[in-house]
Design a protein around this ligand. Structure first.
Ligand SMILES: [Zn+2]
Length: 377
């Protein structure tokens, strides 16, 4: 709604300014002002806007645009309004019509290209949006919003190397470094290569990610998976210790990778984890470990808890443990809680998610999700 209000207000102000600059040479209009075909829809539009009736305000603005067909700025604002109401087809038509005008001033042309691309993106037509951003970037290569939007689309489409190329352009234009972002993109390339069986490429990109950002956990996971595939257990141990040193916060996420290879876990991984735990015990490692073991065998999870000497110190930790040890026939309250609880919080925008994502689903920043700790808020 904010965008809609802004768009309507912008259109109203632009039109009002135009009418004030070019007033009518008719002194008898005071009384008949309501009849003035140019002013009335605008005033009515503002009135509807003030009385919180955006739909009717929009109708009036359509009328303004019809009466002042030369006013590209009114059309631009109208396009914004349609888009903010989810009427993407109408927004697209307005912006396409604008672009078809041969007399459209250059700055307005750039704006219309951008607006059209945003229409397509908002409507989920990502290919067409990308094409439109590309056209705009041919005209204005340093257009930061177009570069950022294209980057977002490439990331959404998992086209990581194309995303990385856009990131480089943004770095040049904004004269800044996005090494952390790049590290995560390389880690995604590595994951994709690993899934497709291109192991050398996976290894190469995982190392490139770690060189850029030593705490880039998903890149370490790729290296670990590669070592475990090769049954190179010494290397796997080195990787597990390497990650524990560099990113303790996300370290517990290594557990499923280790436990997927049960022979490694039983013979080497378990004692490797115990060593790390004894050197620096932490709640998240204990809980994640007990939970994972408990998925297969609650008795083994109880033995592990004993061996770790772990006692929960807050309600969240107690509930997580209870969820592991609740038995069928109990009310299963803790399990129900565990299924819907937020486990990670984004430090940038504050959004909470259950499953970790390296890129925040709300603000799209990379590596900003942290495990939720302590008592339940
Ligand atoms: Zn966020």
């Amino acid at each position: 709604m904010n965008t809609l209000l802004l768009a309507i207000t912008a259109a109203a102000l632009v039109t009002l300014a135009a009418l004030l600059v070019f007033p009518r040479h008719d002194e008898e209009t005071k009384v008949e002002e309501r009849e003035d075909a140019r002013v009335s829809p605008l005033l009515r539009g503002i009135n509807y806007l003030l009385s919180d009736q955006p739909d009717r305000a929009l109708q009036e603005m359509v009328q303004v645009a019809r009466l002042r067909s030369e006013a590209a700025d009114v059309y631009m604002a109208l396009g914004e309004m349609f888009r903010s109401r989810g009427e993407y087809g109408r927004a697209v038509r307005i912006h396409q019509n604008l672009l078809a005008r041969p007399d459209l001033p250059e700055p307005m042309r750039l704006q219309a290209h951008y607006a059209l691309a945003v229409d397509f993106q908002a409507g989920g037509l990502l290919d067409r949006a990308l094409k439109q951003y590309r056209k705009l970037l041919e005209l204005a290569p340093d257009h930061v919003p177009a570069l950022e939007a294209s980057l977002r689309i490439r990331e959404q489409s998992h086209e990581w190397l194309e995303a990385e190329a856009l990131l480089s352009r943004l770095e040049q234009v904004k004269n800044t470094s996005y090494h952390l972002h790049r590290a995560f993109l390389f880690a995604q390339v590595a994951e994709q290569a690993l899934r497709d069986g291109r192991e050398e490429e996976a290894k190469d990109y995982a190392h490139r990610a770690i060189d850029l950002e030593p705490a880039c956990a998903p890149a370490w996971f790729v290296l670990l998976d590669l070592a475990l595939r090769r049954r190179d257990w010494d290397e796997a141990d080195r990787i597990v210790h390497g990650l524990a040193e560099r990113n303790r916060e996300h370290f517990p996420l290594v557990l499923p990778h280790m436990m997927r290879h049960d022979d490694y876990y039983q013979e080497r991984g378990r004692s490797c984890l115990m060593e790390i735990w004894q050197r620096a015990p932490d709640e998240e490692l204990a809980l994640s470990w007990i939970e994972l073991v408990g998925e297969r065998d609650a008795d083994a999870a109880a033995r592990l808890q004993c061996e770790l000497g772990f006692q929960p110190e807050n309600l969240r930790a107690r509930l997580r443990l209870e969820a592991v040890f609740e038995k069928e026939g109990d009310r299963l309250f803790a399990r129900a809680w565990r299924r819907q609880v937020t486990n990670y919080i984004c430090e940038m925008c504050g959004v909470g998610v259950r499953e970790l994502r390296w890129q925040c689903p709300q603000c799209h920043e990379w590596g900003t999700m942290h495990p939720q700790k302590g008592d339940i808020a």
